[in-house]
Design a protein around this ligand. Structure first.
Ligand SMILES: [Zn+2]
Length: 127
């Protein structure tokens, strides 16, 4: 039975978007309370009747959290232009689980603005 679960995390981080015009508000240094949702699909493990333990997702998330929470994202390799799209892809490429697969990462940087990056839409080296 193919199923999907999701888990949402929060980080606080600063960033600026260096490629926009200097007059654009995102050119200036500012911060967000990013809400990050991982969507995981997989088959149900017949022993436990779940895809994967949510606790394992927490463990897989922790090093990512430690790398980006309360950080200036632009200073992190790969996040020099840290749009939500780039951040979602950056996370997608780094998170691994023993069972199930992270098929999408959604990032909301405000209550009304969010984006989703799908694993099947990025390079073959991830799939
Ligand atoms: Zn921003």
């Amino acid at each position: 039975m193919r199923t999907e679960i999701s888990k949402t995390y929060r980080i606080e981080a600063a960033h600026r978007l260096p490629r926009v015009a200097q007059e654009h508000k995102c050119y200036r240094l500012h911060g967000h309370s990013f809400q990050i949702t991982l969507r995981i699909q997989g088959d149900i493990d017949p022993k436990f009747d779940w895809i994967v333990d949510f606790g394992e997702i927490d463990q897989a998330w922790k090093p990512i959290h430690d790398a980006i929470d309360h950080r200036y994202l632009n200073e992190i390799p790969g996040l020099e232009n840290p749009t939500s799209e780039i951040l979602a892809e950056w996370i997608l490429r780094r998170i691994r689980l023993s069972r199930g697969r992270v098929v999408a990462v959604s990032i909301a940087e405000t209550c009304t603005a969010s984006c989703t990056v799908y694993a099947n839409a990025i390079d073959d080296d991830y799939r």
